[in-house]
Design a protein around this ligand. Structure first.
Ligand code: ATP
Ligand code: MG
Length: 243
């Protein structure tokens, strides 16, 4: 199921942030969005998921137009989303956080089966199931976010900087979970600050600068022209990614 964004304009009230963005996240592929701070990467994911409505342009999923769909409807259609930064409910338990991931599902039996599946995929969550999310480590919280996002068996997932703020070992663990999800057939659209890493797992990538797509291409090709890419589009802004 691919996600197609065509000539989308979006922003916050009178402030336009995206000025005609077109991208496609192809079915079963990993598509990566990179770009300097403030380029509008998170705004793009929020617009696709339906947290903010575009003022122009179209968004489709599996060839069906979903422009302006509310998040609960987008979720129901099979797109899940993990926002930038911490997004667990800190004062709810691990179980309750997972249940929140399936808040649109009325069949409690199904919810419990899905929680069981999430526990199989992320055993650490089973061990912590009665603990409040706030007491989990950063890495465990990220796994809880992943588990919550998988509760409804999404066909596509939007990930906003999943490796941000994690220790290197946990970053690797996060990446392997993303690869696993993709191997299970999920379409993945990821925003990533670590350009090299993002390009190394992606099939295709887009560079977003000042609310517009400045460049796109096969990720392997872009990785081959890494130095040039950073110099041309990301300047000194992405010094962390250059290491
Ligand atoms: N809720 C909001 N209300 C008004 N402006 C906002 C809001 N959220 C973000 N912006 C502005 O929109 C612009 C794009 O922000 P966005 O978060 O999409 O950038 P980004 O590319 O994800 O950056 P980063 O790499 O720092 O996460 C920024 O100028 C930001 O200040
Ligand atoms: Mg962002």
């Amino acid at each position: 199921m691919s996600i197609e964004v065509k000539d989308v304009y979006s922003g916050y009230g009178p402030i336009e942030i995206l000025h005609g963005v077109s991208i496609e996240a192809k079915k079963g592929e990993v598509t990566c969005i990179i770009g300097p701070n403030g380029a509008g990467k998170s705004t793009l994911l929020k617009t696709i998921f339906g947290i903010i409505k575009p003022t122009a342009g179209t968004i489709s999923f599996a060839n069906k137009e979903i422009t302006g769909s509310r998040p609960d409807k987008t979720l129901r259609l099979g797109i899940s989303y993990i926002p930038q930064g911490r997004s667990t409910f800190p004062y709810l338990t691990v179980m309750e956080n997972l249940e929140m991931g399936a808040f649109i599902e009325n069949d409690q039996q199904k919810v419990h089966e899905n929680i069981e599946e999430v526990f199989e995929r992320f055993p650490v969550l089973r061990e912590r199931k009665t603990k409040m999310a706030a007491t989990l480590s950063g890495g465990e919280q990220r796994m809880l976010e992943f588990g919550r996002a998988l509760m409804l068996h999404p066909q596509a997932i939007l990930l906003d900087e999943p490796s941000m703020g994690l220790a290197p070992k946990l970053v690797d663990q996060t990446w392997s979970k993303i690869v696993e999800m993709n191997q299970a057939g999920m379409t993945i659209l990821i925003v990533e600050q670590n350009v090299r890493k993002g390009l190394s797992i992606a099939d295709h990538a887009y560079i977003l600068v000042l609310g517009k797509t400045a460049h796109d291409g096969p990720a392997a090709e872009m990785l081959g022209a890494y130095g040039e890419l950073i110099a041309t589009y990301l300047g000194g802004q992405n010094s962390k990614a250059c290491m």
